[in-house]
Design a protein around this ligand. Sequence first.
Ligand SMILES: *Cc1c(COP(=O)(O)O)cnc(C)c1O
Length: 379
Amino acid sequence: MTGDGTRVVRAGLPEPEAFEPALPGPVFAAHFHLPGDAVGPYMYGRDANPTWTRLEKAIGELESPDGSAHTVAFASGMAAISAVLFSQLRSGDAVVLPSDGYQLLPAVRTRLESYGIEVRTAPTAQDAQLDVLDGARLLWIETPSNPGLDVCDIRRLADAAHRQGALVAVDNTLATPLGQRPLDLGADFSVASGTKALTGHGDVLLGYASTRDAALAESVRLWRKTVGAIPGPMESWLAHRSLATLALRVRQQSAGALALATALADRPEVTGLRHPGLASDPSHRLATQQMRPGRFGSVVSFVLPDKAYAERFLSALTLVDDATSFGGVRSSAERRARWGGDAVPEGFIRLSVGVEEPEDLVMDVLHALDVAARAAAQG
Ligand SMILES: *Cc1c(COP(=O)(O)O)cnc(C)c1O
């Protein structure tokens, strides 16, 4: 029995060696000494790098503590998502995507369709993707979904997809492998953006795909090599270094998010409040089944009366940056409709709780709501 907090501090580290650091530094190399035949673990820097190897081993240990997962790291979450979809799908295949997933999925859809792949979508909530699964080659799940925070039953969807021979990939960005382990729930791939909570400091873009199937891993790795969507050694090393605090960050962020959601539930101007850890949330029962207790993620979503109200709220915050992305150590929030990609109301706020003291954060948010309310009352 090893707890996650213990596992993360040693994940992917080499055996201790006298006079060497615990986590060796980034290896900067476009090519490696290669006498004789072109064989060996490290030959050219687009194919493999020891810093990636250590990071990939670490993430694999978190996604699948039994050591059975192969992980391929990428330059970004989108690189990882595209790698899985475009390496597995062929012209004439059908794929099921969530209709409420990450904002770039519509662009991915257009690209897939241009290659002769049929794309079907359905909402994450109520496992609605089951209804359009018939004959599909791959099912793409995002749970909890970003930014709406709906949850679907990974096990149920994976079983249904496998019965008809479809592959299943789960976007595990929001939960992180400490919040949920899609491979244990039957998924073929756990894919994520490491840019968010996994690395958590808002200073790295990264992505990865994990699978227990060696052949699937190899095809994703070949995709990485052919499109060249490789992570930099420095980013890979920063990501590995950041993993050591993942359990601390996830626990603190989840506790803060729950405290904030609880406080927001009492506010009359707040509607559509969502957080999977909140007992009254429509996703809570299912989230409790497949996510780890107390690790429901950093994100709280809610709706304020209109655009002006939401903008006043955001500008009155002092501990929360008006910025996109989520999962970082510093709290951030944004009016999501400003991007135009998600189907959300003008006053929709996605707030990501950092690792500040929850009481400070709750006070700051409630104060900003008061400021926005006063401004609204004055017209
Ligand atoms: C951010 C995000 C991505 C894309 O990741 P990048 O690292 O920004 O490319 C994919 N899926 C979800 C759910 C995300 O939040």
